[in-house]
Design a protein around this ligand. Structure first.
Ligand code: RB5
Length: 149
């Protein structure tokens, strides 16, 4: 189950991503916004991030004008590793090395073709584990105040 959220700047791009998830046969839960009217992205980004952190959703995709606001909000939720990507290489490596569980991008930064490419590779790439697991655990340790000692 993929958690989705956007603000007014990214409603059309979210629809595009929903179309793609449908084509891929993946389930999603849309946490809003559902309207073109101006809104506050933290409301929707936080809802999607909490759904991922709680396990209700496996991963999340959040979209705003730049992807930055959404990623900042998502990363405030413990357990979330949200990456802003404007190209597929970083999206792929964020899965392989960082076990990113949320993806953000900017509807005013990239076009729909690039957004689709980024989303597809991010959804399909597994975490490599191994030495990268140790580093991800260290990130979690920083979050919990136990690392560095
Ligand atoms: C909305 O104007 C814009 O600030 C928002 O979509 C996002 O880019 C914030 O980071």
């Amino acid at each position: 189950m993929i958690a989705l959220a956007c603000d007014h700047a990214a409603l059309d791009m979210k629809k595009d991503i929903i179309e793609m998830l449908n084509e891929m046969g993946l389930e999603y839960k849309d946490f809003g916004t559902y309207e073109q009217s101006s809104c506050d992205y933290p409301i929707y980004g936080a809802r999607a991030a909490r759904a991922v952190a709680s396990g209700e959703c496996d991963r999340g995709i959040v979209i705003c004008g730049t992807g930055i606001g959404m990623s900042l909000v998502a990363n405030k939720v413990p357990g979330i590793r949200c990456v802003v990507c404007s190209e597929p290489y970083s999206a792929q490596l964020s899965r392989m090395h960082n076990d990113s569980n949320m993806l953000a991008f900017g509807a005013r930064v990239i076009g729909s073709g690039t957004a689709r490419m980024i989303t597809k590779i991010w959804l399909e790439t597994p975490f490599e584990g191994g030495r990268h697991q140790r580093r991800v655990d260290m990130i979690t340790g920083v979050e919990g105040g136990i690392y560095p000692e």
